[in-house]
Design a protein around this ligand. Sequence first.
Ligand code: OAD
Length: 224
Amino acid sequence: MVLTGAGISAESGIKTFRDSGGLWENHRVEDVASPEGWHNDRALVLNFYNERRKQLLECKPNRAHYALAELQTKFDVTIITQNVDDLHERAGSSKVLHLHGELLKMRSSVDEHLVYDCQHDILEGDKCERGSQLRPHIVWFGEAVPMMDEAIPVVRQADIFIVVGTSLVVYPAAGLVNYTNYETQKWLIDPSDMPLPRVPNLKFINEKATVGVDYLVNQLLTEE
Ligand code: OAD
């Protein structure tokens, strides 16, 4: 089981969240990633995600995404990602659970089960089949994280738990480390000197994703 965050996509050209003075691509997070922001200015929010979608379609998976896909040749791998990009899927990972939603999907603002694939711009006035405005299929701050119900059992059953490129400050995702078992092999890959979660048997690889993931995957694929 692999938990990924913004850091794994940094080397594909997608900015992380917490290294730019609290701003997300020059916007206050509350303005573009909260129900209040949506209520206050739909056009701004829609435009923000239109820009993110365009940017994503110009990016490619990097060595770390591909290495995790290669792990599937030997292991039953589930990726639990906080990222809204599709770079794990494009690299070939087949079981990817998106905790915070997906940029290439939109959904109805009255029925969360009406979800649509979307690779183009969405504007005010673009509606779902029930006639309500389409909104980004993103979990905003203050909203529930329904995929946690699927994620927790996967973590509980994991023999190996790898964390890549997340500051582990946003809950409930950050709390997933606490569902691992004592004997689970645990690895954390991050280039910063972050405070490490207090869980037993955690090994820290202090490298950026392309280097650290490649190293660990090679080790896991070659050991008996
Ligand atoms: P953060 O921006 O908080 O953390 C990114 C992490 O990636 C940091 O620990 C960096 O040190 C690390 N990093 C930077 N470059 C890296 C590289 N080349 N290789 C590996 N790691 C690198 O991002 P997240 O932890 O993903 O939520 O943020 C969690 C959530 O907060 C996001 O999903 C998003 C955000 O608000 C929503 O949008 C709902």
